[in-house]
Write a protein that binds this ligand. Sequence first.
Ligand SMILES: [Zn+2]
Length: 91
Amino acid sequence: MAEALSQTCNVCGARKQATNHWFRAAIVGVITPIEPDGEIPASILLPRLVVGDWADLKFPKPHAHICGAACLAKVASKFAGGELKPGEIPH
Ligand SMILES: [Zn+2]
């Protein structure tokens, strides 16, 4: 597939090759209720890191193209550090 071969990793810039095992990763926003200890119900938008196989063409957008486990670990580290916000493309 020509489009897949022109893709580059959003973390390290590596070019997609036909035999690589790549991933897709997105930061989605999840609306979660806050504990109802006040009289006004409230909710908060929390980030969620979603990772999927490269072959998942229905993956949420926007998303990053990740070249392998090493770059996926870098994305997970940034997520754990609170550096990635909902809707932002992981990098
Ligand atoms: Zn990479």
